[in-house]
Design a protein around this ligand. Structure first.
Ligand SMILES: C[S@@+](CC[C@H](N)C(=O)[O-])C[C@H]1O[C@@H](n2cnc3c(N)ncnc32)[C@H](O)[C@@H]1O
Length: 389
């Protein structure tokens, strides 16, 4: 895999951008064909960051504009033929020099068919302006700070509470974790996770580092969902993807995603699984370059063999068996979204475990025709599943 030179030394940003790119494109196509007239993309921590090029290649600014334009062109052409969809992009930057670079980049590079705005200041202080500019249509907020104090719940509450919106937040757990137990930062920790009582503290203290991270990120997800509130009948939902450090075997960021639509969770989970593979390839490549050694296999082949901390399929099989009854019931995308949210596993974990149970004669997909190799359940077709005994 060719890694663009702009990502050298910051390969984790490549992974973050792959996730943003892949998800945003799918999301915009889905929302754009759903009858919505107006979509706004908001980059709350725009930069430019990490790129000295005038082209701003390798920044979320250039990436998002490219995606918006590509989706607009696709939707304007047959078979969609939706020329009237309004696309808007709002970029917010607090540092003056970066804001000036951003504003001048937009002046010369923004496609005329997309309404673009550069806002100067703290995104949290600008929430009312941002919301006014978003109008009534769909909005996607990309929130990508350098630390954690800018993504406490009170700081982003207004954006989270907006109906017809989704958020993608870069949660820097590692930084945050250092402060959780610091009495002087109690209030800020409460702003992230709600009040931690004695039993929460004991739970945290007893956990191994990886489980502690999972507990904290899940709690943050719950707080975000509470801030999102309910809109009509759709409950808020959240999921997260992990971006690893390029060198060390530890998590660099948790990309936390909040939506009100089950399809959003499914599409985001599909994209995080694709990106997880790219991440493994990139980590193998950078390790080889560092050591000067060539592997026996291509990085892509080696990446296929690495499970990188994924859940064991025995555990997923047990979960399936608890979920299923001998009486068949439909498993649609809303059920899959519930499964993904509650377990945090990948879609292929559920598929593979179901396939193994089916091969062992323990479960059955009563709507499946013919033999299947990978997709044992089509959740988008609400196939009916049962256990055999
Ligand atoms: C990690 S960088 C953003 C990277 C960018 N999203 C990307 O992927 O290319 C964070 C940026 O947000 C800006 N910033 C920091 N605090 C901010 C705030 N409260 N409101 C708006 N911008 C902020 C910083 O100056 C910096 O340019």
């Amino acid at each position: 895999m060719e890694i663009d030179h702009t990502y050298r030394g910051r390969e984790h940003s490549l992974i973050k951008h792959e996730l943003l790119k892949g998800y945003l494109q799918k999301l915009l196509l889905i929302v754009g064909t759903s009858g919505t007239r107006e979509i706004t993309y908001v980059d709350c921590f725009a930069g430019p960051w990490g790129s000295e090029d005038e082209s701003l290649d390798g920044t979320s600014i250039a990436i998002s504009l490219g995606i918006l334009k590509g989706v607009q062109d696709t939707l304007a052409a047959p078979p969609y033929s939706i020329p009237s969809l309004k696309l808007r992009a709002i970029y917010v930057e607090k540092a003056e020099r970066r804001y000036q670079r951003l504003a001048s980049y937009l002046m010369t590079n923004a496609p005329p068919s997309i309404e673009c705005h550069a806002l100067y200041g703290d995104y949290s202080d600008l929430q009312d302006d941002i919301l006014r500019m978003c109008g009534k249509g769909f909005a996607f907020f990309f929130i990508d700070p350098k630390g954690w104090k800018d993504v406490t719940i009170p700081k982003l509450r207004k954006l989270a509470a907006r109906p017809r919106s989704e958020l993608l937040i870069n949660f820097m757990y590692d930084f945050f974790n250092r402060f959780i137990d610091l009495p002087s930062l109690n209030n800020q920790v409460t702003d992230m996770l709600g009040k931690l009582d004695e039993s929460d503290r004991q739970t945290l203290a007893a956990r191994l580092p990886k489980d502690r991270a999972a507990w904290v990120v899940n709690r943050y997800r719950e707080c975000l969902k509470a801030a999102a509130g309910t809109e009509g009948r759709e409950k808020p939902r959240a999921y997260h993807a992990i971006v690893k450090d390029k060198d060390k075997d530890r998590t660099k960021y948790h990309m936390v995603y909040v939506t009100r639509h089950p399809k959003g969770i499914v599409v985001f989970a599909e994209q995080s699984e694709k990106v997880d593979f790219i991440q493994r390839v990139v980590r193998i490549q950078t390790a080889r370059e560092r050591s000067g050694q060539r592997g026996l296999f291509a990085p892509e082949q080696e990446a296929e063999q690495i499970d990188d901390g994924r859940v064991g399929l025995d555990m997923v099989e047990d979960y399936w068996l608890k979920l299923l009854d001998t009486e068949a019931r439909a498993f649609d995308e809303a059920v899959l979204a519930d499964m993904l949210e509650s377990q945090g596993w990948q879609i292929s974990d559920f598929q593979q475990a179901f396939g193994r149970l089916q091969a062992a004669g323990k479960v059955e997909n009563i709507d499946a025709r013919g033999s299947r190799k990978r997709h044992f359940v089509y959740f988008d077709k609400a196939e009916r599943l049962r256990k055999t005994r």
